[in-house]
Design a protein around this ligand. Structure first.
Ligand code: GLA
Length: 403
């Protein structure tokens, strides 16, 4: 009898385990798009900013271009109550998170929130350690759709265990929540997190500089080129449902227009999540033109879901390709230098085979039509060589269409 009971219990356990040990599927078939408060506002956030940003996402056309997640980063927290449930800062978020989520949803958007696997967040607010299931329940009750989960104050916690624990807690709470892992690539999440999260940070924090490193005693923030270089070798780990995240965008936060365009383009070539980080209430026409370019966004959001790659580099220029659905390719020349450069594209030198997508450019047999995605001009086809000028710290971006 005892044996039968034991077998029955084990059976129950086995039946139950897979039910919870999983992430929500289908939430990130293409790289997630939205806005996050951190890059521009850091801890200086409140419900007014979030409501106004929701309005701006709608009014500017950003929502309709695909930016649907409105994410509140660190410092929204108040205290835990006597039962251990977390509440928002009552001064900055007096209406509470449920009311805010309702407002964001009423604007046709989704809402994201932030926590940390340790005892405290990076901004010193309460972390989720020891409260994972409670926090997941609370987020689900509020109507949250997206969780960014950070890695400060984690001491000797096992990263895979900590992230799987929160994944399971979210799943058990029952509301589909996109899980964005933010452990800065310290523990190579690309090797183990495909079943854990929908995206994982690959590096430390970005900041609004094109080619710099901001070194602090215990950590560093990186410029656009530094982060780009750190993506080397990671493309094979990304795909529909699980993306490499080279951090949020700094477009509109102080770099030059050329630098912003190059930054945005390279993130699209990387099939990166496109999470804006600027003040949407004060945008220049140049910034709007960059983040709202639907043809460029389509490179990022291409349903094939294959990250682009650097095929060659010479003298400060880099040549990138990204295979797209329908047999198309995105082709980009990045000028890393500060000087404009002239370059003659001889397409026959770019005949290549990509082992990951099993696709070839085959310029010898296929003549692609060239659409310049920043001028939106038809730039002829790949039969002939082509002379281009790439301004300093800028790109030329083409969609090559085989049909
Ligand atoms: C870490 C993350 C950032 C941001 C801050 C908030 O540095 O990497 O993206 O969330 O914490 O404190």
């Amino acid at each position: 009898m005892k044996k039968i009971l034991l077998a029955f219990c084990l059976g129950l356990l086995c039946m139950n385990a897979p039910l919870y040990a999983q992430k929500f599927e289908g939430l990130a078939q293409t790289p997630p798009m939205g806005w996050n408060s951190w890059n521009k506002f850091a801890c200086n956030i409140d419900e007014q900013l979030i409501r106004e940003t929701a309005d701006m996402l709608v009014e500017t056309g950003l929502r309709d271009a695909g930016y649907i997640y409105l994410n509140i980063d660190d410092c929204w927290h108040g205290e835990r109550d006597s039962l251990g449930f977390i509440h928002p800062d009552p001064v900055r978020f007096p209406s509470g998170m449920k009311a805010l989520a309702d407002y964001v949803h009423s604007r046709g958007l989704k809402i994201g929130i932030y926590s940390d696997a340790g005892r405290k967040t990076c901004g010193g607010r309460p972390g989720s350690f020891g409260h994972e299931y409670q926090d997941a329940l609370q987020y689900a009750k509020w109507g949250i759709d997206y969780l960014k989960y950070d890695w400060c104050e984690t001491e000797d916690i096992n990263p895979k265990g900590a992230y799987n624990l929160m994944r399971d807690a979210l799943y058990a709470a029952g509301r589909p929540i996109l899980f964005s892992m933010c452990e800065w690539g310290d523990n190579q999440p690309w090797e183990w997190a495909q079943e854990t999260g929908h995206m994982w940070r690959t590096t430390g924090d970005i900041y609004n500089c094109f080619d710099c490193i901001d070194q602090y005693p215990t950590w560093a923030a990186f410029g656009v080129l530094q982060i780009l270089d750190m993506q080397e070798g990671l493309r094979k780990y990304a795909g529909p449902g699980h993306w490499n995240d080279p951090d949020m965008l700094e477009v509109g936060n102080g770099m030059t227009v050329n630098e912003d365009r190059a930054h945005f383009t390279m993130w699209c070539m990387l099939a990166a999540p496109l999470v804006l980080g600027n003040d949407l209430r004060n945008m220049t026409d140049d910034t709007r033109g960059i983040i709202l370019n639907k043809e460029v966004i389509a490179i990022d959001q291409d349903p094939l879901g294959i990250q682009g790659f650097k095929h060659a580099a010479e003298d400060g220029l880099e040549f990138w390709f990204k295979p797209l659905s329908d047999g198309d390719w995105a082709f980009c020349i990045l000028n890393r230098t500060t000087e404009p450069r002239e370059y003659t594209i001889d397409w026959q030198q770019f005949n290549l085979h990509d082992d990951l997508s099993h696709r070839s450019t085959a310029f010898d047999t296929t003549h692609y039509n060239i659409c310049n995605l920043w001028t939106l001009k038809d730039d002829g086809n790949t039969k002939k060589i082509r002379k281009v000028i790439i301004p300093g710290r800028d790109v030329v971006l083409y969609r090559l269409s085989g049909k």
